[in-house]
Ligand binder design. Sequence first.
Ligand code: C2E
Ligand code: CA
Ligand code: CA
Length: 439
Amino acid sequence: MENRVPYRDPLHLMQRVTELALSLVDSADGVLIALVDWEGVLTYVCGAGMLRPYVGFRLEIEGSLSGATIQSGRVLICEDTASDPRVDRLACQRMGVGSSVCIPLTRDGYSFGVLNVSSASKAAFGTEDGAALSELAEFLSVVVASAADLDRVARHILEATASERLGGEPFARTTQFVTNVLSPLATEQVIARQRIERVLRQGTMSMVFQPMVQLSSGALIGYEALARFGGHLRRTPDVWFKEAAAVGLGVELELAAVNLALSYQGRFGPHTVMAINVGPAALMSPRLVELLEEVDGSRIVIELAEHFEMPDYEALARAIDRLRVTGARLTIDDTGSGLASLAHISRLGPEFIKLDREVTIGIDRDPARRALASALVAFAAETGPVVIAEGIERPEELRVLESLGIAIGQGYHFGAPAPFEELRRMQRQLTESHPGRAR
Ligand code: C2E
Ligand code: CA
Ligand code: CA
């Protein structure tokens, strides 16, 4: 379909409010919008800056500055979250918030939500910041309230017909009207969202594991966990994760995959590590720390792809520090697209860098690939990380990679990703034919 008008998801409007508020107030490091739900609990629906990972979190009205703002209907400023009795001190400490301004969002004289503007430092906001935001309070209230209304009504109508469409029923006229207003992409988004919600609800995702081998000894050192999605749609996992991110469920799906992968840890030998994949948003989620605290973190390696759009290295580095407390280590995945980005990435202090499969394919026949791999090995030797090569399919590729000094390998040559049970069968065969080598 040509000339598509982009879908103006009403939530985008709220998201824009948080991002613009962040740039409006100089000393702000993070912004959240919380709405009161029908149970009288506050839910963060949109966020920007350092508070973005907290979208989806809920908090009680009692015992929080946001709640006090709702109850009083006034702008409240907290200078120091460590000593102010109105705030939830533990939550602020966890979120890294030193001081905040909260603006009530009101309609017909009652507060339905809060705009929370926060800083990592104490006493970051003066009365002039409060005044500037108060001046905008009426406008913000109208924008957020109408966006929330529009979202609720449109979603209600579209979801009803999206399920009809899945059943092969024709579109209802009302839906056509709504999609024409909001743009045709809306329906696709709702269908995509339902598809992912179904996976999350029904637990139809499964895991496969691919061996990682030490090249010098041939010893198995661990496995990379990779997600698989059942159903008739034959799509690679990266397509699923991209789609989930596009409809706002990226972190949810990635953490569900992590949770599933980690549930296998006890079944693997005590000396094997497990590599798990996450994007930057899931990496920054406090829920990832919680999941890792439940397992032996020292046997987990987190793979973060190099090609992410995430210039906020400071926030990323802070999140990685929190993850390292659990013993987990970091791999920068898909390395090889550019040495420039690598300079940034080395600031995160990864324990491993994993060469992109593109670098491995045909490395035995291509001097350019060999030169690139060799430059990356030299870079790693200078900066610390151990190099892993993936996508090794042929012994010729393996020999070249080994001669370049690459320590760890992965690829069909050693074993394709397989479900746990199959892996066990393969290992048993391996133990029988090479009793000294396999574990
Ligand atoms: P990735 O992290 O780079 O994973 C490696 C991909 O290379 C896997 O594809 C694996 O099956 C494939 N592969 C391994 N060895 C060979 C080989 O020798 N030759 C070739 N041609 N391919 C090989 P897969 O499983 O389809 O995953 C694709 C991508 O989807 C992953 O790339 C990763 O970005 C994403 N993904 C998969 N599972 C997860 C997950 O649980 N969480 C997240 N966040 N992303 C995942
Ligand atoms: Ca990976
Ligand atoms: Ca990779």
